[in-house]
Write a protein that binds this ligand. Structure first.
Ligand SMILES: Cc1cc2nc3c(=O)[nH]c(=O)nc-3n(C[C@H](O)[C@H](O)[C@H](O)COP(=O)(O)OP(=O)(O)OC[C@H]3O[C@@H](n4cnc5c(N)ncnc54)[C@H](O)[C@@H]3O)c2cc1C
Length: 342
C-alpha cells in the first residue's frame, strides 16, 4: 500500500513539473516581441554615456549590462585621470555614478547578455540570454574589450595591487619605482617607453630573442637608458605581500631563474574586443575591433553604431570611451530623425 502511495506521489510531482515547464515555454513563446528605438549593449563608460545622451534625447534607451556591469573600471581601484574628479575616485564608485546619471534620465537598465544578433535590418534583432528576442531601430554596441593575461594565479592575486594591464592608467602610481612589463608588440614597446619616463627602471620581458614591434618602436625602446630588455624569458610567478614585491622569471633557453625586485608588473600582451557575436555582420580588423567610418560611430550597417573599446585599439581610456558613447547616441538620434522614426 505504502509503495503505491509513494509511486502516485512521485507521478503527480513529475506531471506537475512537466506542466510547469510547458507553461513557462508557452509563456516565453507567446510573449510579444519588444520593439525599442535604441538598444545599448554594454554598461561601461561608453554604454552609460550613450545612455545618458540617448535618454535625454527621449529615445527611451534600453541597456543590457552584460557579465560585467560597469565594465573594466570595476576591476580597478584608483582612477585619477577622469576629468571632473579632482581628487580621483575608485573605479567601481565612478561607474555607479555613471549608472545613477543614466537612470536619472530614464534609461531602462537590465540584466542580460546579448547572445545572438540578426542585423539583416532595417529592424535589428537581438537575442538576450538565448531566450528573449528584442527588436530595435538603432543598436549601440558598447561591449568593450578584455585584456589578455598570462594566466598565472599570482597575476590574479595581485591584480589591482601592483599588477595592471594598462600602463597609461596605472603607471603614475609607480613613479620613481622599478617595474616590469611583459610583451613584445607595438603596445608593449610604447607602454615600456611611457613607463620609463615615470619609473626608475623598467624591465621589459620578451619571450623570444626579438620583438614584434615596428622597427621605429624597437629603436625607441633600445635607446631608452632605463629600459632593460630581458630576452627569451617567461614569468613563473609574481611575488608579494600586500602588493607586488617581485617577479620570478626563467630564461627558456638556459632554464636559469632570476628574481626581479619590482613593485609594478604590467601585462601588455594584447586585448580581445568582445565582438564575436557581430563578426558575421560587421566589418572588423584582424583582431576583432569593429571598423567605424572615421569621425563617426557608424558601422557598415545602417542603424548600428560601435563605441568605446570595442572599436578603439589605440586609446582605450574611459574618457575616450565616454566620448565615443556620446557620438553613438548622437549618430543614432540623427539616424532616427532622418527616417522619421519617433
Ligand atoms: C585594470 C584597469 C584599469 C584601468 N584604469 C583606467 C584609468 O585609470 N583611466 C582610464 O581612463 N581608463 C582606465 N582603464 C581603461 C578603461 O577601463 C576602458 O578604456 C573603458 O572601460 C572602456 O569602456 P567601454 O565602455 O568601451 O567598455 P568596458 O568598460 O570594457 O565595458 C564593456 C561592457 O560591455 C558588457 N558586455 C560585453 N559583452 C556583452 C554582451 N554580449 N552582452 C551584453 N553586455 C556585454 C560588459 O558587461 C561591460 O559592461 C583601465 C582598464 C583596466 C582593465
Amino acid at each position: 500500500m505504502g509503495n503505491i502511495y509513494v509511486k502516485e506521489m512521485y507521478l503527480t510531482r513529475i506531471a506537475f513539473s512537466i506542466i510547469t515547464i510547458f507553461d513557462l515555454y508557452f509563456q516565453i513563446m507567446n510573449e510579444p516581441i519588444e520593439h525599442v528605438r535604441c538598444l545599448i549593449i554594454g554598461s561601461g563608460p561608453a554604454g552609460y554615456t550613450a545612455a545618458i545622451y540617448a535618454a535625454r534625447a527621449a529615445l527611451k534607451p534600453v541597456m543590457y549590462q552584460g557579465l560585467q556591469p560597469g565594465g573594466q573600471l570595476t576591476t580597478t581601484t584608483e582612477v585619477e585621470n577622469y576629468p571632473g574628479y579632482p581628487k580621483g575616485t575608485q573605479g567601481p564608485e565612478m561607474m555607479e555614478d555613471f549608472k545613477v546619471q543614466a537612470e536619472r534620465f530614464g534609461t531602462d537598465i537590465r540584466w542580460g547578455i546579448a547572445t545572438r544578433v540578426d542585423l539583416t535590418g532595417p529592424v535589428h534583432k537581438i537575442t538576450i540570454d538565448e531566450n528573449k528576442e528584442i527588436h530595435t531601430d538603432t543598436l549601440i554596441i558598447a561591449t568593450g574589450a578584455s585584456a589578455k593575461w598570462l594566466g598565472l594565479e599570482s597575476e590574479q592575486k595581485y591584480n589591482g595591487f601592483g599588477v595592471s594591464a594598462c600602463a597609461v592608467c596605472d603607471g603614475f602610481f609607480f613613479k620613481g619605482q622599478d617595474v616590469a612589463i611583459i610583451g613584445a608588440g607595438d603596445t608593449a614597446a610604447e607602454e615600456a617607453t611611457y613607463l620609463a619616463k615615470l619609473c626608475r627602471k623598467v624591465y621589459m620581458i620578451v619571450r623570444k630573442n626579438e620583438m614584434r614591434a615596428s622597427k621605429a618602436m624597437q629603436e625607441r625602446v633600445l635607446k631608452t637608458p632605463n629600459i632593460e630588455l630581458i630576452w627569451n624569458s617567461e614569468t613563473l610567478e609574481i611575488t608579494g605581500d600586500k602588493g607586488v614585491t617581485g617577479a620570478r622569471i626563467i630564461n627558456i633557453l638556459t632554464r636559469e631563474e632570476r628574481i626581479l625586485t619590482i613593485t609594478g608588473f604590467f601585462v601588455a600582451i594584447g586585448h580581445k574586443p568582445n565582438t564575436d557575436i557581430f563578426d558575421k555582420w560587421l566589418h572588423m580588423d584582424a583582431t576583432g575591433y569593429i571598423k567605424t567610418i572615421p569621425g563617426t560611430s557608424k558601422t557598415n550597417i545602417g542603424g548600428v553604431f560601435a563605441v568605446g573599446d570595442a572599436q578603439d585599439k589605440v586609446y582605450r581610456q574611459a574618457v575616450t570611451a565616454a566620448g565615443s558613447g556620446c557620438m553613438g547616441a548622437l549618430d543614432a538620434e540623427r539616424y532616427l530623425a532622418e527616417r522619421g522614426i519617433h
